[in-house]
Each structure stands twice: as C-alpha cells, then as structure tokens.
Design a protein around this ligand. Structure first.
Ligand code: AMP
Ligand code: MG
Length: 485
C-alpha cells in the first residue's frame, strides 16, 4: 500500500479534465449540505487507494467535505446534462438531478478517480425531485458497490456515507444522506444521446475525443478511433452483463442513462440478487412488465447498445457500427460460458459445454435450490455422494453429464475444490441482508462494519456468520424494493 498519504484536503491533487475539455456538459450548482452531519461509514481500503488517510476523513474538515460543505480554491460543484431511454422511451432532458461532480483525484501512480456527491441537494436537473437520497438507498448502494467489486465485477464505488438530521418524503418520512461516489468516470450512454439528439455534432465529437484521450489513449491517433471506442463499449458491456448473470445480480433499472460508457455497474437502485435460479425474477417493484427481469438483462444490454450505436452514426460508417453491435452476443455468450465453466471447476470451455450449462440451468429451475448455495455446496463436496439429499434427484442428469465432462480434464479433487471456493461465494448481498443492515445501522457494536467486511470477502467462510449466507425466510422474501430512493 502506498505510504504517501496527504494529511490535508488542500494537498489532494484535484483536477477536472472533463470540465476543462467539455464545459458544455456542466451547470454550476450550489450544494445543500445536511444539517448535523454524522459520518456513518468510510470505505477504508478505497480511501487508501485514493491516497487519503481514512482516519483524516472522519475529522472535522474532511467531514465537511464529505457533506458537500467545503470549497477551496480550484474546486467547483457541477452537475451534468444527459438524457436517456427510460423503460424504452426517450427522455430528452434528465441530467444529474441529485449528483454533483467535485473533480478528479490523481494518485501518485497517475490514476484518475472522479468524486461525486449523491444526495447533496437540488440541481437544474432535479425536475420534481428534492435532490436528496435517503439513508436506506445510500446504504444499499454503499454495500452493493463494495460487494460487486469483491466479486470481481466492474463498478462505481462509494467512499463514505454522511447522515444528517434532514427529513425527506418518500412513501414515508426518511432521513437524508450524502454518499461520496468514486469512479474512473460517471459518463453514461445518456451523455452521448443528449448531444446526438440535439444534433450538436461538434460537442458530441468533443465528448468522444475526451473519452478516447482520457480512457483509451491507445486509440487517439487511429483514423477509426470512434469505431474502436464503440467496439470497446460493446465489449465491456457484454462482459459486464455476463458477470452479472453469473452471480445472479439483477440491476433493476437498466435505462440508458444508467449505463456506464466504461462498462461499470452504475446507479444502484432497486437491484437484487436471485435466490433460486429464476429468469423471470423482477427486483424492481415498479417494473410491471418485467422489462428489466433477471433473464431479460442480456437482451437489454444489446437494446441499450443499439440506442448508443445510433449516436455513432454521426461519425462512423453504418456497416462498421452494425458489425460491432452484432459482436455483442458472441462476446456475452463466450464470457458467460467461461464463468459458469469456472464455477463448475472445469478448466477450459469445450464444444458441448453449452448443453451442459443448459442442463444445469434447467435442473436449477426444477429443483428451486438456492443458486449461490448450489455452487458453494458443489465446491466443497465430492459433489454427488454428499450433495443435499433433498435436491439430489433433480440434479441426477446434470451430475451424470458433469462426471463424463470431468473425465476430459486432469484434476485433483482437493485442488479443484480450492479453486471453486474462490469463484463461488458463500455470501451474496440478498435483499433481506441489506434490509437487516438498514434497520440496524444505528446500533453500536460494529454490525455495519462486520457485514461490510463479510461482503468484501464473500469467498471466506466466516463460520460464526453462517446465518448471513442463508436464503431468506418466507417473511423476508416479501421485502419490496422500488425506484423510490
Ligand atoms: P434513476 O432512475 O435513479 O436513475 O433517476 C432518473 C433521473 O431522476 C436522474 O436524472 C436522477 O438524477 C433523477 N432523480 C432521481 N431521484 C431524484 C431526487 N430525489 N431528486 C432529484 N432528482 C432525482
Ligand atoms: Mg440514474
């Protein structure tokens, strides 16, 4: 870990490459800090990555910063314009309705991280909203983003949650909070749709050029750099969606304004992890048609990319765009197959593995066995003889096929098990666990800290916390999560 830890905020090397290159993207905004701010949590390992001392962060002036209540020379709070397709319909003006960009931190290693507040008050893009985020939704974002990172899934992150005494109105009265979010970039498909829709070619190109220079400098001088960029977005999106499917993550609101141009998981709202394997699982209570159901996600990834692809028509050949778009499915399928093959303790994919996977998924549906527990169990056991008797019958056909397939590779049972335990988590952030943390976040005694740690090391055994790995009870299944946050 880097020892160069700035002691004072003013020593942090704040930059803002996006603001300098694309000022047309921003509106200046005054922040509305929370009253009586208290730090609920700081993500210490992320603070170290940013070369900020986590202990310093809890102190007076740093707390002011995390409460969006501090400006020093060179810093401005700003929100960005964007638009997007929401539930299939184009909305011309969305923008950061409750988010403010603070700037970028450059680490001594030369890495840039954008810092953004969420819930710091109204902006020109708030429409009917109050610009606030409730503690409930901030905790959900905070836990899930750290957890997805631990599961090896690209994501925006959260550095801290500050809770104030301010009250806000959702279905009921709730307490407000400000989350400081961190990412290489918060740019979304919607930013590109915004300028394309306005037919503002020059600003659209300036935005593209910025993304290429900042994140894909290897393409900078290439005559086909715009298509190379689109290829990269298609690839990253396909890989991201395959990873979500492999762990059973359902985002819940996959509007194009919630799609990261860098292929990160962004905008955690009514997300959910599946318990049993169920493609029709809908985690967002407001999604009546199941547009964003678990099983539909991969198609939505393509649908969203298709919307983004239209913006590239201004700068690239339509045949190249179409060819790139068409590569999505094979990249997704290849990655999904690879991840499931790994989860089964197989070394490399072979012809016929799609049948094996399909057979497994069918058995999972029939058995209604918990998805995460299934993989954890077959990681530990000599899978057939010791497998849970309640489910054995349902998996007979699959285990027969697996047995035959395993003969195609050399392996040592113990080694295989060790490898599988590293890719099949014991703990997954089920809704009732998030709810448990939300309801008890004010309790002293380190509960928040402990669950945060477990979610950050979900492949470890944590034997005394077995109960946190269990699927929900019938009552716990009834927790309802909607867009309201
Ligand atoms: P979401 O569905 O959370 O991605 O939000 C869609 C749009 O609504 C974005 O432009 C958000 O910034 C905006 N928004 C959501 N909640 C609020 C709020 N409480 N106040 C202002 N804007 C909001
Ligand atoms: Mg959003």
């Amino acid at each position: 870990m880097d020892k160069k830890i700035p002691k004072k905020i003013t020593e942090l090397d704040f930059q803002n490459r996006l603001r300098l290159r694309c000022p047309f993207l921003f509106e200046k905004v005054q922040s509305s800090p929370l009253k009586n701010p208290k730090l609920l949590h700081v993500n210490r390992s992320l603070a170290y990555e940013l070369e900020i001392s986590p202990d310093e962060l809890s102190k007076g002036s740093f707390l002011n910063l995390l409460n969006a209540d501090l400006l020093f020379e060179g810093l401005l709070y700003e929100s960005t314009y964007y638009s997007g397709h929401q539930f299939g319909h184009y909305v011309a003006r969305l923008g950061d309705g409750r988010a403010l960009m603070l700037g970028e931190i450059k680490t001594t290693q030369g890495h840039f991280f954008e810092l953004q507040f969420k819930g710091s008050g109204k902006t020109p893009f708030s429409r009917m909203g109050d610009g606030r985020a409730v503690v409930r939704s901030s905790i959900r974002e905070y836990l899930a983003s750290a957890h997805l990172k631990a599961l090896g899934i690209p994501t925006t992150e959260a550095l801290s949650i500050v809770v104030g005494s301010d009250l806000v109105y959702r279905e009921e009265i709730e307490k407000a909070s400000i989350t400081t979010r961190v990412a290489e970039s918060f740019l979304r498909f919607g930013h590109f749709e915004y300028f394309s829709n306005l037919e503002d070619k020059s600003n659209y190109i300036r935005l593209l050029e910025f993304v290429i220079d900042a994140y894909f400098p290897a393409f900078s001088k290439h005559p086909n750099r715009y298509i190379l960029l689109f290829q990269e977005v298609v690839k990253r999106t396909a890989l991201l969606f395959a990873k979500w499917q492999s762990v059973g993550f359902c985002h819940g609101v996959l509007n194009t304004d919630n799609m990261s141009i860098l292929g990160l998981t962004i905008d955690y709202g009514p997300y959910g992890f599946i318990n049993k394997f169920d493609p029709s699982f809908i985690c967002n209570h407001s999604d009546h048609e199941g547009r964003y159901s678990f099983g539909n996600q991969p198609f939505i990834g393509l649908w969203n990319l298709e919307k983004l692809s239209h913006t590239f028509e201004i700068v690239a050949d339509s045949k190249d765009i179409e060819r790139t778009l068409n590569s999505y499915s094979s990249i997704f399928n290849f990655e999904y197959r690879r991840l499931l093959i790994n989860k089964l303790g197989l070394n490399e994919t072979l012809d016929g593995d799609d049948d094996l996977i399909q057979c497994l998924l069918n058995c999972l549906i029939v058995s209604k066995m918990d998805y995460t527990q299934f993989f954890r169990e077959i990681s530990k056991n000599n899978y057939f003889s010791e497998f849970d008797n309640n489910y054995k019958k349902d998996f007979e056909l699959f285990f027969e096929k697996l047995e035959i397939r395993l003969r195609t590779q050399n392996y040592n049972l113990e080694e295989r098990s060790k490898k599988m335990l590293k890719v099949n988590p014991k703990f997954i952030l089920r809704n009732h666990i998030a709810q448990f943390v939300i309801e008890n976040h004010e309790l002293k005694g380190g509960l928040f800290e402990k669950i945060f740690d477990i979610l950050n090391s979900p492949y470890d055994e944590w034997p005394e916390f077995d109960y946190l790995s269990k699927p929900p009870s019938e009552i716990e299944k009834n927790i309802i999560v909607s867009c309201s946050s």
